[in-house]
Write a protein that binds this ligand. Structure first.
Ligand code: GLN
Length: 477
């Protein structure tokens, strides 16, 4: 039986019915990872105790809503006793003493953490190439990037190495790789999912979110991780989410706004596929409206100023004393600090410096304060639009997945590829990416955005859309 071909929801049914045990399924996926991941490099660390933990879940009767299902976790989410590196050499040996809130919730429902997935170092990147543990490959074309920063989680799902995965999204890190690998990923409303245990890149923008092969699987994982948590002061209560209501969602008559100024700037193959997507939206009975949103082109520069400012402050803690590899031996403090900080990769260093600059006296007003004002404008604009329309629809990425290494000397190209994903983070609203289909054999994703805490409504439209567009098959490597 090729278990990776089944949906996660179906696998859970199989587990509950007893036609397969958690031990068997965990061993099956671990085995597949060991065989295939030499090519893909989607995992940094495997959970050596996964099978043992699965046995325990079996012994207790495969209880909980996950009933012993294996789940892959991005390596910036802390897992008690399992190395958590953020794909950085500075955290190469970091073993967290505690679980992130989302991990506790998964375990409570009988989920098995199968391993920690590769990513751009500290979630800084859009391609998966900025990892201190080597780039991840796109299972749909091994010469191309899988998108980032949740590169490993996306690649693992697309290649059938895990039925479900967690990612994090600061400016597109769930949606970009979902789009590039042809899977589904949700960036939740800011505050909907606890960030307790998410190693911070830019706190005011990021959320942990679910990734899956299809809409219902993704919604199912979301239903387990969302909800207020007193350990995260920015978390908020969400309305209840029902998989049944998502399945029965009625798309007839819902109003969708297409942001034409963003769409007009994407590459031709993406534009063509997006037009196909628009047709699907009409075919499911939704009303499509072309809309302009003033100032949306300022989202990207504002995002990078805010994200780098927060990063430079967040990453100060890696001093080799409190966190990070200990380099103190035989060195004075200044030299030891220098030694430790050398372990950051190039992109991380660039962003720390950019952030230090935008926060420094004299430039603070000119950059940071201005960016925060732009953010407010974008949030107000999007919120206003979402009063009039139920959804915003745009492509997820403006380009097709590029070749690995091809853009290493063109960082601006890579930054610009976030232009369509960062608005949702700046505004704090939820956004989902799912496949429209393949262009020249490469996946193209569509993005739906809704108002705060409207995840159920977002999944509902996505579900109807998926029935038209079809799911992309898991790749056999
Ligand atoms: N590509 C964006 C960045 O590099 C977004 C990353 C993310 O969402 N973590 O900042």
């Amino acid at each position: 039986m090729k278990w990776e071909k089944l949906s996660a929801i179906r696998l859970i049914e199989e587990l509950k019915s007893g036609s397969i045990t958690s031990e068997e399924i965990s061993a099956y996926f671990l085995d597949k990872i060991k065989k295939v991941d030499r090519i893909l490099n989607s995992f940094i660390t495997l959970n050596e105790k996964a099978v043992e933990e699965a046995k325990k879940v079996d012994k207790n009767g495969r209880k909980g809503r996950l009933a012993g299902l294996p789940i892959a976790v991005k390596d910036n989410i802390t897992t008690k006793g399992i190395r958590t590196t953020c794909a950085s050499r500075i955290l190469e040996n970091y073993i967290p003493p505690y679980d992130a809130e989302v991990i506790s919730r998964i375990k409570r429902e009988g989920g098995i953490i199968i391993g920690k997935t590769n990513m751009d170092e500290f979630a800084m990147g859009s391609s998966g190439e900025n990892s201190g543990f080597g780039p991840t490959k796109n299972p749909r074309d091994l010469n191309r990037v899988p998108g980032g920063s949740s590169s490993g989680s996306a690649a693992a799902i697309a290649a059938g190495l895990a039925p479900l995965a967690l990612g994090s999204d600061t400016g597109g890190s769930i949606r970009a790789p979902a789009s590039f690998t042809g899977i589904v990923g949700l960036k939740p409303t800011y505050g909907a999912v606890s960030r307790f245990g998410l190693i911070a890149y830019a706190n005011s923008l990021e959320q942990i979110g679910p990734m899956g092969k299809n809409v219902l699987d993704t919604a199912y994982l979301y239903s387990i991780i969302y909800g207020e948590d007193e350990k995260d002061s920015t978390s908020l209560p969400s309305p209840p989410l029902s998989i049944e209501r998502i399945s029965d969602f009625e798309a007839k008559g819902v109003k969708v706004a297409v942001l034409t100024d963003l769409v007009s700037r994407v590459d031709e193959p993406v534009k063509k596929m997006f037009e196909r997507g628009i047709n699907y939206i009409s075919e499911i009975g939704a009303e499509v409206n072309e809309v302009k949103l003033e100032g949306i082109d300022l989202a990207l520069p504002a995002y990078y100023v805010i994200a780098c400012s927060e990063a430079s402050s967040n990453l100060a803690r890696y001093d080799g004393v409190r966190f990070g590899v200990d380099c103190r031996t035989n060195l004075n403090w200044r030299d030891a600090y220098k030694e430790v900080r050398k372990l950051f990769g190039k992109e991380v260093k660039v962003r720390i410096m950019l952030g230090a600059y935008t926060l420094s006296a004299g430039f603070f007003e000119e950059y940071y304060v201005k960016a925060v004002k732009v953010r407010r404008r974008i949030r107000d604009g999007l919120k206003k639009l979402l009063k009039k329309y139920d959804y915003v629809a745009i492509p997820t990425m403006p380009v097709l997945p590029w070749r690995i290494g091809e853009k290493l000397d063109d960082p601006l190209y890579v930054y610009l590829s976030d232009a369509l994903t960062v608005p949702a983070n700046l505004a704090g609203v939820p956004a989902i990416s799912l496949p429209i289909g393949l262009a020249d054999g490469l996946p193209v994703g569509i993005q739906f955005i809704a108002d705060e805490f409207e995840e159920e409504k977002l999944f509902g439209l996505a579900k109807r859309f998926e029935e038209k567009a079809g799911e992309l098959e898991v790749v056999d490597l």
